[in-house]
Design a protein. Structure first.
Length: 42
């Protein structure tokens, strides 16, 4: 299987930006901890 180096680079940069801004942690807390987002669906 061939690697898509552009996609890998873009994804790594995107995650680094989210992590640096604190947004990655915020998203992890919302979507992965507690499940409070399920209540927002109703």
């Amino acid at each position: 299987m061939a690697e898509d180096t552009l996609l890998i680079n873009w994804t790594e940069n995107f995650i680094n930006i989210l992590q640096g801004s604190g947004k990655l942690k915020e998203m992890g807390e919302k979507w992965l901890n507690g499940g409070s987002w399920v209540d927002e669906l109703q």
